[in-house]
Design a protein around this ligand. Structure first.
Ligand code: PEP
Length: 249
């Protein structure tokens, strides 16, 4: 993962079958005509990784998974290892998304183990952190996010390619976003926790913002100090919307 360009990554979640590859073709064509000034990644459901990697081959679009198991192989029905994602054509993997932390009870320690496994398999992890609405209203956003960063980033990340995504849980899929000042405050706290945990070598590792990023707010959010890109859910499903965000970077 290069460390100076912004990274705009799309998280398709459990959306998309073969017909949706037309969106990748459209994105690819648009980026060929007018190259992006940021890195662009799409993280489709696992069933589409290989086909999407083929559709994006030779283009600047990077492909990622949405989760992986910490173990390398074994009796884990329905799960995927990091090396399976890599083998299918992924170069990145989202880990610790709040939908997994909340829906599957994933702990910081498990996220850290997954991140270490991803590195071992040659994937660049995008480690997600973020506070709930209750935690923000209690004035604990910075404290919560800081502790998630400290406990979810394995020391093995030192000197390696990865990103952190700050995604307030209450902003995901809701149309709500923090103010630009709130985003800056948390991103600065994330940066200082990353440095405390992994040293100054991570000073250029991107910290993405995620949560209701749309074409009409992307430019402002991406201009906030310490915002090194965006993790985009709903607005990454259609090439036109995703491009509107990419053009804001
Ligand atoms: C996400 O799920 O990571 C996300 C940011 O979703 P949305 O952009 O739809 O809020």
């Amino acid at each position: 993962m290069q460390q100076s360009m912004k990274l705009v990554a799309g998280n398709w979640k459990m959306n998309g079958v073969a017909a949706a590859l037309a969106e990748v073709e459209a994105l690819r064509a648009a980026l060929a005509e007018a190259p992006a000034s940021c890195r662009v990644a799409l993280c489709p459901p696992a069933t589409l990784i290989e086909r999407m990697a083929r559709a994006a081959s030779g283009s600047p679009i990077e492909i990622g998974g949405q989760d992986c198991r910490a173990e390398t192989h074994g009796a884990f029905t329905g799960d995927l290892s990091a090396s399976m994602l890599k083998d299918a054509g992924a170069g990145l993997v989202i880990l610790g998304h709040s939908e997994r932390r909340q829906g599957y009870g994933e702990s910081d320690a498990l996220v850290a183990a997954k991140a270490a496994a991803a590195l071992d398999a040659g994937l660049a992890p995008i480690v997600c952190v973020g506070e709930t609405l209750e935690q923000r209203e209690a004035g604990r956003a910075v404290e919560i996010v800081r502790s998630q960063v400290m406990a979810s980033l394995p020391l093995a990340l030192t000197g390696r390619d990865f990103a952190v995504a700050y995604e307030p849980v209450w902003a995901i899929g809701t149309g709500l976003t923090p103010t630009l000042e709130q985003i800056e405050e948390v991103h600065r706290a994330v940066r200082s926790a990353m440095i405390e945990r992994l040293g100054l070598g991570i000073s250029a590792t991107p910290i993405l913002y995620g949560g209701s990023v749309k074409p009409d707010n992307a430019r402002d959010i991406l201009a906030v100090p310490e915002v090194g890109g965006a993790l985009v859910g709903g607005a990454s499903l259609k090439a036109a919307d995703f491009l509107g965000i990419i053009r804001g970077a």
